[in-house]
Design a protein around this ligand. Structure first.
Ligand code: TXA
Ligand code: MG
Length: 311
């Protein structure tokens, strides 16, 4: 079965909201590109999103909200970051800020980071879905990893139609290029991904702009622009038992202090990964991790575990 393609009528928006509340995936038009939306607070929905995109690693996702007021529930905005928001939102600018204590965006959506990328999209259909949903939605471009970003509903349907629940057809995307991403945490603003909002436009609001080399999807110095979540505890992978006094992160029949998924379900394991690592990291100095099969979402899980172990 392939996902229905519906124009964004009131009924279709309501249906989209119901699907999202139930943990489903809905492709929505934005002014930049079509996004594949999921409930940002639901780690199982987010795990399914990574799975459908077929990404070999977990990249943090952009949270989409309906207003600066909603954004301030999720992230901490300096006065300058608020100025940027009032100038460019709703619109194609994403700001990276520190999370708040009460953020609803789950650990997996942030790939374990304590920062958050967030924007208020301008497309009326995206805004209606956000208004109806009433919470943050993550929405990476609605294409399989390594393919071009979709700018029409039929692109989404051809690439992902069989794996998602609904496609809202809002016509061709006006911009056709992903949003500009800026790191808005320090006094200097850093452009992480170039887009339609230019450095010159940003400088009118925030005078000290720095440029990062390349873009954040393909950093020239990996790990520098986009810091990966690194636990303090030492990780050892492919283990069947913990070291003395250490924690064991189990998977399937290999049980432990915590178990990523007793039923060896990779979706569940991905959903638990970052929050369980954080929990164990608070109490233990070493964490032994059970083997995770290197297939499907297991590839992304192993990729993140290897990075965490290397740091
Ligand atoms: O135009 C867009 O932004 C589209 C539409 C659908 O809104 N969305 C989009 O989302 O491009 P996404 O999730 O594919 O963008 C994710 C990128 C990551 O690859 C990373 O470069 C950056 O956003 N990112 C996310 N969280 C970050 C963080 N905490 N720090 C730095 N960069 C981050
Ligand atoms: Mg993309």
């Amino acid at each position: 079965m392939t996902a229905p393609i519906l124009p964004p009528t009131e009924q279709a928006i309501e249906r989209a909201v119901r699907i999202l509340r139930g943990g489903g995936l809905v492709a929505i038009p934005t002014e930049t590109v079509y996004g594949l939306a999921a409930d940002a607070s639901n780690p199982v929905a987010v795990a399914r999103l990574y799975d459908v995109k077929g990404r070999p690693s977990f990249n943090p996702l952009i949270a989409h909200v309906s207003s600066l007021q909603s954004a301030e529930i999720e992230g901490q905005f300096s006065n300058r970051a608020k100025d940027l928001a009032s100038t460019f939102w709703p619109g194609p600018l994403t700001q990276v800020v520190n999370t708040t204590q009460q953020t609803k965006v789950c650990d997996l959506a942030r790939a374990g980071l304590s920062t958050l990328a967030i924007r208020v999209p301008a497309h009326p259909a995206a805004r209606s879905v956000l208004a109806g949903f009433g919470g943050p939605l993550v929405a990476p471009s609605a294409n399989p990893s390594g393919r071009l970003s979709p700018t029409e509903a039929r692109h989404v349907s051809a690439d992902l139609g069989k794996h998602i629940d609904l496609i809202l057809d809002g016509g061709s995307c006006e911009i056709g290029l992903e949003s500009t991403i800026v790191d808005a945490r320090a006094d200097h603003l850093t452009i992480l991904r170039h887009g339609i909002v230019t450095a010159d436009q940003i400088e009118e609001v925030w005078p000290s702009v720095e440029y990062s080399e390349g873009n954040s999807d393909a950093p020239s110095a990996p790990g520098q622009l986009l810091r990966h979540y690194a636990p303090d505890a030492r990780l050892s992978l492919d283990q069947t038992e913990p070291t003395a006094g250490g924690a064991m992160l189990g998977f399937g029949p290999i049980d432990g202090t915590l178990n990523l998924s007793r039923s060896a379900n990779l979706l569940e394991a991905a959903a638990n990964l970052f929050s369980m690592l954080r929990t164990l990291d608070r109490t233990y100095d070493t964490i032994a991790v059970a083997p995770i099969p290197p297939e499907g979402l297991g590839l992304a899980i192993n990729d993140r575990l290897r990075r965490a172990a290397a740091d």
